[in-house]
Design a protein around this ligand. Structure first.
Ligand SMILES: [Zn+2]
Length: 325
């Protein structure tokens, strides 16, 4: 459990190792995380791919269990580590967070040894799954209550690690090239803080995973592995000049939600995007676009509480990594 480089499974050329690795909860019960290591010709480069950090986001877990069965050791130059269900307590509950403590795993990394259930999960991931990675990829979706356009992204920063992350995200190549704000406690920011390039992705939601969405993730992962030098043929990518960023639009009051726009739709400043009605039918809030942009996330659950997220409004801006080249 100590040290970022300690490994529960040792490198063995051209082999696949599957193991449930785990840790005890405060009450002594054991949590086990399924980890698949596909070893190729050499230990490095080592790409670690994580899904299920939020337990109700299912495109990533489906993509990873399939990819784990499809990758063959003889086609790999390095090592691919896959963790399809990184937060088993949240997955078991069918929720974003584990009911034991309701902490968001993607806000508290590196967690705490001897902490609450989610703090221990975070600490275990950091020490036993993510350690010694040359690239980390984190697959998400919207939760049950919403859905997202396909986004492959990197964290905003101004160093070489950010540039490498930005290139890997470009190799992943989903429809929207995305720049996430720097956010300590998240998996990708934690990785960058260790000097490990990281890609974060989003596709779909609603507690579902369509064949098309699973295939989008698998194809993006293969491109990323080619870019990382793990799979052939090599893939060189150019730094995109523009990125998408998002602003969260929340409901000012709770009630019945009527969404008036579609995912991916272009909207103008001042355009009405949704109404919230109280249970007498009166409109208590109108959500409008503060600037022109595209709907990157929309709530699908047709009720909302005050302060809850209804849309991500995306806009394109200059890519700082491109500007600093
Ligand atoms: Zn998520």
């Amino acid at each position: 459990m100590d040290g970022a480089s300690k490994d529960v499974m040792r490198f063995e050329r051209e082999s696949v190792q599957r193991a449930a690795v785990g840790f005890p909860l405060p009450n002594g019960a054991r949590v086990e995380i399924p980890v698949i290591r596909v070893f190729g010709q050499s230990p490095q480069p080592r790409v670690v791919i994580v899904a299920g950090v939020h337990g109700d986001e299912l495109v990533g877990p489906h993509a990873l269990v399939e990819l784990a069965q499809e990758l063959t050791p003889s086609e790999l130059r390095g090592t691919v580590v896959l963790a399809p269900s990184a937060n088993p307590l949240a997955f078991a509950a069918g929720r974003r967070t584990a009911p034991q403590d309701n902490l968001d795993l993607n806000r508290i990394l590196p967690g705490k040894r001897g902490g609450t259930a989610t703090e221990r999960t975070a600490n275990f991931l950091v020490n036993q799954v993510l350690g010694a990675a040359d690239l980390v990829i984190d697959l998400h979706s919207a939760g049950r209550e919403g859905t997202l356009v396909p986004l492959s992204g990197f964290r905003e920063a101004h160093d070489d690690c950010a540039r490498q992350s930005a290139l890997a995200a470009a190799a992943f190549g989903l429809e929207y090239y995305w720049m996430m704000r720097w956010s300590p406690g998240t998996l990708s920011t934690w990785a960058n803080q260790q000097g490990i390039p990281a890609v974060g992705c989003e596709v779909g939601g609603r507690g579902t995973a369509t064949r098309e969405q699973i295939d989008l993730y698998k194809a993006g992962l293969r491109r990323c592995l080619r870019h990382a030098g793990v799979l052939d043929p090599p893939l060189a990518v150019a730094m995109p000049p523009k990125v998408w960023t998002q602003e969260h639009l929340t409901a000012p009051c709770g009630g019945l939600l009527e969404v008036l726009v579609e995912l991916g739709q272009e909207v103008a400043t001042g355009e009405t995007l949704a109404h919230v009605r109280d249970l007498w039918g009166n409109v208590c809030a109108e959500i409008t676009a503060p600037h022109p942009g595209k709907i990157m996330h929309t709530r699908v659950q047709q009720s909302v509480a005050a302060g809850e997220n209804v849309f991500w409004l995306g806009r394109e801006e200059d890519n700082p990594c491109y500007m600093s080249l």
